[in-house]
Design a protein around this ligand. Structure first.
Ligand code: NAD
Ligand code: TDX
Length: 357
C-alpha cells in the first residue's frame, strides 16, 4: 500500500544529501509541505536552498534535533506525518579527531527525535506516520576483495562516525520492535553530486585541482568505495518512504566500485581538458599521504532487495554523473568560494536574523 505523506519533517536539510532530497521531493510532490530542521553546523549551508525561498510548500527552522520541546512543537504544529532524518555529523576524519559530537548528534539526537516522534505518532494526531532513518553502508564495516554488504550483514562499524550511525540504526530498530513504531532504515553507499562539502574526496579533488593545490591520497590509494549520484539516492529515499513496509531496512547503491586512485586520476583527466591544461598535468598534483586511522578497505553494496521489492534502480551512469558534477562545480565557483571562505555562514544571519551577529 502506498503511503502519501502530506507534511514532512526533514532534518539536516541544509547539508549535502538533505538539500538535494528537498529539491527533488518538492518537485515531485506539489501537495506536500516540507519543514527543514537544521542547526547549521559548519556543514549546513542555506545557499543550497535559495531556489526554494518564498515557496509556500517549504519552511526552514533553525534548531537542534536534540531540542525535545522544539521537535515536539514542530511535529504537532505542522501535523507532521513523515520524518526523514538526515541530520548528522558525517565526516569520518572529523570523527577520529573529535568523536564526542558524533555521539551527541548521531546517537543522542536521533534518540530525542525518535522519542518525540513516538509520542506524536501514539497521540493519534495523524492518520499514518513514518520515520525514515538515513544511514550508511559504513555500519557494516569493511569488505575484503570479494562479496557485498546485504541487509543481513552484521553491523561491524569501525570508525567513531560509523559506530554512531550504527547506534542510531539500532535505536530505530528498537523503536519498531518495542513500540511497533513505523520506522524505515536506508543504508546508502558514497554519494557524489552538487552541494557536496569540499572536505569530502570528490569535491576536494575538484576544488584543489582548480586551484593547483596538492591532491592528498590516503595510504596506497587502493581503498574501494561504491559511488552513487546524490539525485539517485534522493529518488530511492522517496521510493522507500512511500512504498516500503514499516520496519524495513534497505541498502541503496548503484554497483559502481572505484579504487580511490582511479577516481583521482579520472577527475584529474576530466579537468585537464576543461581547464585547458596539458594531458596529465593535473595528475602531477597527486600526493600520497599518511593513511586514515582504521581506514576501511572496501565498501560494496548489494541493493538487489530494493530493486526486487520496490523497483528502484539508478538512473545516472557514472560517466554522466561525474562529468555533470565537475561541470556543476565549475559553473558554481561562487558557491564553492562561499563555502571555503566561510561566507556561507553569514548568509543565514542576513536572511533570517536581520543581519544580527
Ligand atoms: P552533511 O554533513 O553534508 O549535512 C549534515 C547536516 O545536518 C548539516 O546541514 C548540519 O547542519 C545538520 N546537522 C548536524 N547536526 C545537527 C543537529 N544536531 N541538529 C540539526 N541539524 C544538524 O551530511 P550529508 O553528507 O548530507 O549526509 C546526510 C546523511 O546521510 C547523514 O546522516 C549521513 O550519515 C548519511 N549518509 C551520507 C553519505 C554520503 O556519502 N555523504 C552516504 C550515506 C549516508
Ligand atoms: O583527502 C582525502 N583523501 C583520500 O584518499 C579524502 C577526504 C578522502 N580520501 C579517501 C578516504 C576514503 O577511502 O577517499 C575515500 C572517500 O573519503 P570520504 O569522501 O571522506 O568518504 P568516506 O570516508 O568513504 O565516507 C563517506 O561515505 C559514506 C561520507 O563522508 C559518509 O558520511 C558516508 O556515510
Amino acid at each position: 500500500m502506498t503511503f502519501i505523506p502530506t507534511s514532512v519533517l526533514v532534518t539536516g536539510g541544509a547539508g549535502f544529501i538533505g538539500s538535494n532530497f528537498i529539491h527533488s521531493f518538492i518537485a515531485n510532490n506539489s501537495d506536500c509541505t516540507v519543514t527543514n530542521l537544521d542547526c547549521l553546523t559548519y556543514a549546513g549551508n542555506l545557499k543550497n536552498l535559495t531556489a526554494l525561498e518564498g515557496n509556500p510548500h517549504y519552511r526552514f527552522v533553525k534548531g537542534d534535533i536534540g531540542d525535545a520541546a522544539l521537535v515536539a512543537g514542530i511535529l504537532a504544529d505542522q501535523r507532521i506525518d513523515a520524518v526523514v532524518h538526515f541530520a548528522a555529523e558525517s565526516h569520518v576524519d572529523r570523527s577520529i579527531t573529535g568523536p564526542e559530537i558524533f555521539v551527541r548528534t548521531n546517537v543522542l539526537g536521533t534518540q530525542v527525535l525518535l522519542e518525540e516522534s513516538r509520542k506524536h505518532w501514539q497521540s493519534g494526531a495523524v492518520a499514518a506516520f513514518r520515520f525514515l532513518q538515513i544511514s550508511t553502508d559504513e555500519v557494516y564495516g569493511s569488505l575484503g576483495d570479494t562479496g557485498y554488504f546485504t541487509e543481513e550483514t552484521p553491523l561491524a562499524a569501525n570508525s567513531p562516525y560509523s559506530a554512531s550511525k550504527a547506534g542510531a540504526d539500532l535505536l530505530v530498530r528498537a523503536y519498531h520492535e518495542t513500540f511497533g513504531m513505523p520506522t524505515l532504515n536506508t543504508r546508502c553507499s558514497n554519494n557524489y553530486g552538487p552541494y557536496h562539502f569540499p572536505e569530502k574526496l570528490i569535491p576536494l579533488l575538484i576544488h584543489n585541482i582548480i586551484n593547483r593545490k596538492p591532491l592528498p591520497v590516503y595510504g596506497d590509494g587502493l581503498n574501494i568505495r561504491d559511488w552513487l549520484h546524490v539525485r539517485d539516492h534522493a529518488v530511492a529515499i522517496e521510493t522507500v518512504l512511500k512504498t516500503a513496509a514499516p520496519g524495513a531496512v534497505y541498502n541503496i547503491g548503484g554497483n559502481n566500485e572505484w579504487k580511490n586512485i582511479d577516481i583521482v586520476n579520472l577527475v584529474c583527466d576530466l579537468l585537464d581538458s576543461r581547464l585547458r591544461r596539458a594531458d596529465g598535468e593535473n595528475r602531477g598534483l597527486i600526493t600520497f599521504v599518511k593513511d586514515r586511522l582504521g581506514h576501511d578497505r572496501r565498501y560494496a553494496i548489494d541493493a538487489s532487495r530494493l530493486k526486487a521489492d520496490l523497483g528502484w534502480g539508478p538512473s545516472y551512469t557514472f560517466e554522466q554523473g561525474i562529468a555533470e558534477t565537475i561541470d556543476w562545480y565549475l559553473a558554481n565557483q561562487e558557491w564553492v568560494a562561499g563555502v571555503t571562505s566561510g561566507a556561507y555562514r553569514e548568509y543565514y544571519k542576513n536572511q533570517y536574523d536581520g543581519g544580527a551577529a
